[in-house]
Design a protein around this ligand. Structure first.
Ligand SMILES: [Zn+2]
Length: 126
């Protein structure tokens, strides 16, 4: 086994990996794709919630026609953003926190969902 130091694609901090002596693949490419296990899980969990938010928005825009349905979509967004915040806070080892402006922002500009959530992440990591 050979040791290799890589820069995690998610957090940018160094990590250590091993590979077989006889590895014939492109080590540089492989090395550039590596992430820490917890960073991989973190990114994966966030992507899943982002997909959930996307489908809530689609349902809201295409299906919801009355007040009750719009409210149902809003509550689903509250749940999804709370889950997102929980994932971000846990990863950063911070106490659980959630911001109502996330839902307001996403409802106002659904196309900016990623940026809005990223804003929360910056707040937490600051
Ligand atoms: Zn990492």
């Amino acid at each position: 086994m050979k040791d290799i130091v890589y820069k995690c694609r998610v957090c940018g901090k160094p990590g250590f990996a091993e590979y077989e002596e006889g590895f014939t693949g492109d080590i540089d490419t492989w090395q550039s794709m590596l992430t820490h296990d917890r960073c991989y899980d973190f990114r994966d969990a966030k992507q899943e919630i982002l997909r959930r938010i996307d489908s809530i928005i689609i349902w809201r825009n295409k299906v919801a026609v009355n007040e009750a349905q719009l409210e149902r979509a809003r509550l689903a967004l509250v749940d999804a953003t709370k889950d997102y915040c929980a994932v971000v806070c846990k990863f950063n080892r911070k106490p659980a926190q959630w911001e109502p402006w996330l839902v307001e922002g996403i409802l106002k500009k659904p196309e900016n969902t990623k940026t809005i959530l990223w804003g929360f992440e910056r707040l937490i990591t600051r």
